[in-house]
Design a protein around this ligand. Structure first.
Ligand code: HEC
Length: 93
């Protein structure tokens, strides 16, 4: 029984990452709910605020080190494999 509950909890957790990796990974903590930031230090990422931002490209550049920012180099590494899902989510915001 305990095992079944654990599997169910893990499945639920995975489901929430897939539904909204942006908040599940903690991105919204800095960039705001839906990527709409109220703090100038943290750029807005929502499509409505940043129509020309290429989220996947910027994340890849942070991952490769082509773009340097200590916070985002670490956060982009955590987002590995989820770049497109994050971009898709932000495209709807
Ligand atoms: C601790 C705060 C913090 C967290 C958490 C964070 N970011 Fe950032 N992010 C920043 C800052 C600061 C910048 C601006 C970096 C710079 O000036 O180069 C930035 C920049 C970006 C950019 C580039 C925006 C632009 O205008 O070019 C993207 C894309 C981005 N973040 C995505 C994410 C994603 C996706 C996550 C979650 C995996 C995340 N961030 C988590 C602080 C954060």
């Amino acid at each position: 029984m305990k095992k079944i509950l654990l599997v169910a909890a893990a499945t639920l957790a995975m489901g929430s990452v897939q539904a909204n990796p942006f908040s599940a990974l903690g991105c919204s903590g800095c960039h705001g709910t839906g990527g709409k930031s109220a703090i100038p230090t943290y750029p807005s990422l929502a499509k409505s605020a940043r129509p020309n931002l290429d989220v996947v490209k910027e994340l890849k550049d942070f991952q490769s080190g082509a773009r340097k920012d200590p916070t985002m180099n670490a956060m982009a590494a955590m987002a590995a494999g989820q770049e497109q899902a994050i971009a898709d989510y932000l495209a709807g915001q």
